[in-house]
Design a protein around this ligand. Structure first.
Ligand SMILES: NC(=O)c1ccc[n+]([C@@H]2O[C@H](COP(=O)([O-])OP(=O)(O)OC[C@H]3O[C@@H](n4cnc5c(N)ncnc54)[C@H](OP(=O)(O)O)[C@@H]3O)[C@@H](O)[C@H]2O)c1
Length: 261
């Protein structure tokens, strides 16, 4: 069975599908013939445009839902809405990330870290993954099994300036992925993390040293270029396919070879 044939006709739920990596994943799955239920936070117009474009160009079903990962309990309501639109769910990807005011005190140098910003990043990264994955798992089990992924970042392995709050919470979510994998296997569900090096998205553009990070990636990568959102999308497709049937509890690192140098 090819990657595409084990994805076609299935349904993906993903948080943060309107921009960057989430948007690239949504398009990757739609191109492979999957239906997509994606969330947005502030960008309803863009969500509508994406859903219409997907349905027109890939002849799949696409729906969008509002979600705030700073209030993870609201995932329950979102999944109830998804139940009304889709017969079953097969894959869940926890991708959305907060930025701007919500990360003040969390994005910054160690001596400037503050409880509120750190707690917000924990809620948005770890708690949102847990609540979203719990809701997804009940439905994926009913559908006969499937796959759950958390998007992580190599900022939990290597130093990235101002990234302590995010990096530590990405380490935490990778550990949570391993715990989930150990317990959800009996439900027929594989759980993995896809960890990216710097990828050119709005989230990275918000870094105070964006240009410097970008230049460093190009210098360090043996492939000589910056990471693009689609670079993580293919790995997600593979991990959800039957080709990855024996892969669970792992973190797949996708950094253009930059971490070794
Ligand atoms: N960019 C990188 O260098 C990089 C590298 C490795 C891993 N990652 C990880 O990849 C994932 C996606 O990052 P990205 O760079 O693609 O981010 P991005 O371009 O900033 O997109 C963020 C997405 O999250 C949504 N969002 C923002 N605030 C939210 C909230 N409070 N509640 C729910 N959704 C919210 C946005 O929706 P709206 O458009 O509606 O606001 C948008 O769809 C994150 O987990 C990030 O840590 C990023």
């Amino acid at each position: 069975m090819s990657v595409q044939s084990s994805i076609e006709g299935k349904t993906l739920v993903i948080s943060g599908g309107t921009r960057g990596i989430g948007k690239a994943i949504v398009y990757e799955f739609a191109e492979a013939g999957a239906n997509v239920a994606f969330t947005y936070h502030s960008n309803e117009e863009e969500a509508k445009k994406i859903a219409e474009d997907l349905e027109k160009n890939y002849h799949i079903k696409a729906r969008y839902y509002q979600l705030n990962i700073l209030e993870p309990e609201t995932y329950k309501e979102v999944f109830k809405q998804i139940d009304e639109d889709f017969n079953e769910i097969n894959f869940f990807i926890s991708n959305a990330i907060i930025s701007g005011r919500a990360v003040v005190g969390g994005y910054g140098k160690f001596m400037r870290l503050k409880p509120r910003g750190l707690n917000n990043i924990y809620t948005a990264t770890v708690v949102a993954f847990v609540i979203g994955a719990q809701e997804a798992a009940k439905r994926i089990e009913k559908a006969g099994g499937g796959s759950i992924i958390s998007i992580s970042s190599t900022g939990n392995l290597v130093y990235i300036e101002n990234y302590a709050g995010h990096g530590t919470n990405k380490a935490a979510v990778e550990a949570m992925v391993r715990y989930a994998a150990a317990e959800l296997g009996s439900m027929g569900i594989r759980v993995n993390a896809v960890s990216g090096g710097p990828i050119d998205t709005d989230a990275l553009k918000a870094f105070t040293n964006y240009e410097e990070v970008k230049q460093k990636v190009v210098e360090l990568s043996p492939l000589g270029r910056m990471g693009e959102p689609k670079d993580l999308a293919g790995a997600c497709l593979f991990l959800c396919s039957e080709k990855a049937d024996w892969i669970t509890g792992q973190t797949l690192i996708i950094d253009g070879g930059t971490t070794f140098k």
